[in-house]
Design a protein around this ligand. Sequence first.
Ligand code: SAH
Ligand code: SF4
Ligand code: F3S
Length: 587
Amino acid sequence: MAGKVYLETFGCQMNELDSELVTGQLRALGYRFTPDAHQADVVLYNTCSVREHAEQKVWSRLGELAIRKATDPGLVVGVLGCMAEREGGALMKRMPVVDLMVGPAELDKLPALLDNALRTRASLLADGRVLGEAGEGGVRRLTSAGQVALAGSSSRRSSTLAAAGDQLEMLDLSRAVSPDDHSGSAYVRITRGCNKFCTYCVVPHTRGAEVHRPPEHIIDECKRLADAGVVEVTLLGQTVNHYRFEHGAQVSVGGVVQPQKGRVYKRTDEHTDAYAGQNVTTFAGLLRRIHEEVPGILRLRFVTSYPRSFGNDVLEVIRASPRVCRYLHVPAQSGSDRLLSMMNRGYSVGEYLEFLDRARAFLHEPELGRPLTVAGDIIVGFPSETEADHEATKALLLRTRYKNCFIFKYSSRPGTVAHEKLADDVPEDVKRRRNGELLEVQNLVSAEVSAEYLGREVTAFVQGVSRREQKKTKRAESLAKAVAVNGAGIGAVALTISASGRGDVRARAAEVAGDGADACSVHGAHTEADAGVSAGPVQMSARTDGDLIVLFDAHAGDAAGMIGQIVRVRIESTTALALHGAMAGQG
Ligand code: SAH
Ligand code: SF4
Ligand code: F3S
């Protein structure tokens, strides 16, 4: 029983990828997608719990749906992802509008649950009864109105992983890759879950224990993507540099090699290949293999790196591999040793800076046109943060010279150690003020980093039209509508170029403009025109291999064909946020 689906994604790249996999899975079953929630029979939110703000957005969306459902009882509403895992049945009790909930570790079961929910709705509507049969084994029935929730099983689930067979691995393996259905860029998961338990963070609770995917699966996926025309791949994991797969301990279930549990490492001074061993694929080995075996990937990057145990072996592979981007996203979180220790990060400010110096010594070669760029994350207003701690973080930002830094106000998350043990005692106005001050410092640094590119030529991967251009198009479209309504006949007409199958472009473009980790995007816009541009020059948005935003003008006729390609741009002016230039040729 198929319906029209609207899927909206909140949170991190891991969620973006999950949404893509879910979309492929449902499409294969005959579901169609719509970018307009009002047109949908099924509304799905793939949610994030990392900060309260991210959850509030979903609560307010659900509130709106509750109003709609009063007059549209056939509507099916699903909450997927980290919030489904964290909130469990409580969310359904508070929001009876929700028909199904599926945590990140159960996404493979979504089709069965959705089918069940649609059938239940249909029978409810047919005879006005309130009922529904329990679906799959293990489904917990929470109310008598046919609501189902699958959650809870991601928590530390790896102990039974090998025996049961990892169904999530099957979801990744079944990824549909089609030449018409990508934006030239793709995420590939290498690690799921997290074992670090930073005291403020929900991720180990929502995504479960750390597991590492078999290298063969990762490499095959990269090959399939490259064969379909993808040129940029970003490897995903919470702490990618801790990737490790022990071939001697490999287990297969039903002929499928299973992911392996991550180790919990002691705090040691590991500058070299601490993760190596006989018959082991380390992160360095994985990067080297992908680079060698999949030459069609012209840009290979990875997020997120952990500042601890980042071996020289990885830095050496990056240096020796021209298609691996010299870009690190390696969050420091704070410039205060006292707070880093309370956060359970396992490194000091000195050790963090030592790592950055080491990485720059290996990889920062601006004179050869190969600079290393670094991005960071900072949490401001962690419990007990003093002015002195805050000043230390400011000083850190001056030292780290990030090209950009996401600065998050601390949000106390139920279930975390910090929530249970530490008072959220930095007042909101102080958090806000400190946040502003850190942004100011970072802006100065970002402007200086950008200015180093003035007069240089960079290669840039074109993601889509710029946000400014999108706004212009929207304005032109509403004007055209108004003209049509008024019957004036002639007026401003938005020329729309259809870059078929580049449905992610708009979502990525929103990210380009710096929406950060709380950004959301709408999946399944593939049937719509994806690169709306007006006649005349069109401002395009691209990224350097160091992940700096590049804005340049293209002819309207060339714009759509350029998306997903690598071009050369000469930089003519810079700001803290972006490099502006003119196209100098194809990459
Ligand atoms: N695994 C990555 C981070 C994943 S979460 C790492 O360890 O670097 C993304 C970012 O969200 C974190 O780097 C942190 O800066 C921020 N974050 C996580 N929990 C938070 C909380 N409770 N309040 C505010 N920011 C938080
Ligand atoms: Fe969260 Fe820490 Fe794991 Fe990153 S490393 S996901 S911040 S627990
Ligand atoms: Fe990602 Fe948010 Fe979950 S950051 S892992 S979607 S809590």
